[in-house]
Write a new protein. Structure first.
Length: 284
């Protein structure tokens, strides 16, 4: 593991061998100058997911920080703040769970999946509720040469049909109905199985167990076998890092080259997260 690296304005400390680094020396509630923005951007490109502690910022400041990296998404299905629709509410408590406890990349059912997300912990359990991220560059690099040849140039079909967004609106029957109506008109989208990152130029696996339905032009049985193999491969511990949340901690990940898994091991304890998502580019 690399030692901490001091930039002009921040210190970057890797937390695992595969990916992930904690950044200190910055208050994300303040406006970023050009130098600070560039250092944070470069750290994200290098480490794929970066973490900040003790960031007691308002929703407006949360949105302002994320907006430095691009336009922001308003999620079509997830609850959000009324005054700040860009801020998603991810809340778990007794009889109402919001647990993304399956490896996935966000919103790949869209034509233009997100660049990344900035997730802020508002309320978190004393123990449990960690999140894991996995390095999709390394996942691709670790494949056999024959599997790489098989996958390069292949297209996968993605859809929101397999995601249970209705469970996020357990007390709102009208919203559940509107989600079901939206599913009826949403068309599946296609993305490369192996995408090239637009900044780093590296190849990364870009299929996930929640939103990827099948490989285009491949018999369904073969498609399932290949995808199941890739999903198991992604779970390899050496590809991942694990982050323990504290109140006012932030994780900012690159959705184009990572997957994440929210560990649902905290029972009925109240957990409240706010997420702002940066729009991305179509992975072609």
């Amino acid at each position: 593991m690399s030692p901490a690296i001091s930039y002009e304005q921040i210190t970057v400390s890797p937390i695992a061998g595969a990916l992930g680094a904690e950044i200190s020396g910055v208050d994300l509630g303040q406006d970023l100058g050009n130098q600070l923005f560039q250092e944070i951007h470069d750290a994200l490109m290098e480490h794929q997911v970066i973490f900040f502690r003790d960031q007691d910022i308002s929703p407006s400041e949360h949105v302002a920080f994320a907006r430095h990296f691009g336009s922001l998404q308003v999620h079509p299905f997830t609850p959000n703040l009324e005054d700040h629709p860009e801020v998603l509410i991810l809340e778990s408590k007794k009889d109402a769970r919001s647990a993304a406890n399956q490896w996935h990349s966000d919103v790949t059912f869209a034509e233009e999946p997100p660049l990344g997300s900035v997730l802020l912990s508002r309320i978190c359990p004393e123990h449990g509720g960690d999140t894991m991220w996995a390095n999709m560059y390394d996942a691709y690099d670790a494949l056999s040469p024959s599997m790489k040849r098989y996958l390069d140039g292949m297209i996968a079909v993605h859809s929101a049909d397999g995601a249970k967004f209705e469970t996020l609106h357990q007390d709102d029957g009208a919203k559940q109905d509107s989600i079901q109506d939206a599913r009826q008109v949403m068309q599946p989208v296609e993305h490369p199985v192996v995408r090239t990152h637009p900044v780093t130029g590296r190849k990364a696996l870009f299929v996930n167990a929640i939103f990827t339905q099948r490989l285009r032009g491949v018999p369904r049985k073969e498609s399932k076998m290949v995808l199941d193999h890739l999903y198991e491969h992604i779970k390899t511990p050496e590809l991942s890092c694990r982050f323990r949340w504290q109140k006012n901690s932030i994780a900012f990940w690159d959705n184009r080259c990572t997957q994440h898994y929210a560990i649902a091991d905290y029972g009925d304890v109240h957990r409240l997260m706010h997420r702002v998502t940066v729009n991305g580019d179509r992975p072609v």
